[in-house]
Design a protein around this ligand. Sequence first.
Ligand code: NAD
Length: 356
Amino acid sequence: MPLIALCAGDGIGPEVAVEAVKALNAIDKKFKIGFEYVDAPVGGAAYDKFGTPLPEETLAKAKKADAIFLGAVGGPKWEKLDYSVRPERGLLGLRSALDLYANLRPAKMFAPLVDASTLKREIVEGIDMVVVRELTGDLYFGKPRGVEKLPDGTKRGVNTMVYTTPEIERIARVAFEIARKRSRKVCSIDKANVLETTELWREVVQGVRDKEYPDINLSHMYVDNAAMQLVRAPKQFDVMVTGNIFGDILSDEASMLTGSIGMLPSASLNGKKGMYEPIHGSAPDIAGKGIANPIASILSMAMMLEYTFDRSDAARVIENAVAKVLDKGYRTGDIYSPGTTKVGTVEMGDLIVKEL
Ligand code: NAD
């Protein structure tokens, strides 16, 4: 039986997690997959109960599960805690313990929300891309790192950009495999004109393409140009693959092209195993009010079906149900515009389940 670890977390995390599970259960009824769930406390909620944001038991459950769903972690209640036990450490701890090296963030424009974008309709209408970001290497993990005091009293800060051939090869393969399920088009982002590490990146990505994926149409682009092209003509991109630091920035840029943070799912993968989560945080300002948008979480379940369970048929059913509910004019507060019908978290979940 496929096993899912449920890390609901803090703030709106548990509220949106309930709706995501509701949608997945409806899919299960339809497709008879037989999902089983296990609760795995994480973040501030886990700290309150166990004195740590990532209890051993949660880690063991996450390791055993085929996939993990995470709502959101964090909040003002835990902001004064030492860094080592802050809720966010729970999330980072899961990512690194499971070696989730591939972060996928789709940016897909739902037609009824075109006018919610900050860009013009003709630029954003029909956007459908995925940013594949390497998540466990680069400047964020490279050594040496730190800030040191110099003899003259000034300071020197150092971070190291580092990638090895196997690290680049494995993320390139993830991007090429995804591209094979889409339009076989990949753009690799680097700064090969200035940074040697990314010169290696370009060489290795091209090598994997030539040896293993000759059917893929691969192009390369410098990161500064990519940042510009994303707002100038985003529809030129299909699958974008890049390192950790560039991916951090470009994936935020790409996802915001399509509107609200409450709409955007993500996946962090190591092979078929993955952690799926909305990109938003615990939204303490709206927690407990029943107004959070559950769509990012519901779409995260669609990604789970696609990438861990190989059920793109079921994933499409969820996406179509979301599109239909939006088409009918239902909106949570974050995507509301005059002339549409405002609904709360549970009602939005119910409407989507009804379409399923
Ligand atoms: P946030 O994403 O929680 O909220 C930003 C804004 O977006 C808020 O106004 C919020 O109300 C709104 N928003 C977010 N999700 C929404 C949804 N589903 N529906 C409607 N509106 C939504 O970011 P923040 O305020 O910077 O951070 C709050 C807490 O969350 C912090 O403790 C932070 O560390 C944590 N955080 C956690 C994650 C995670 O768990 N992956 C990610 C980011 C931030």
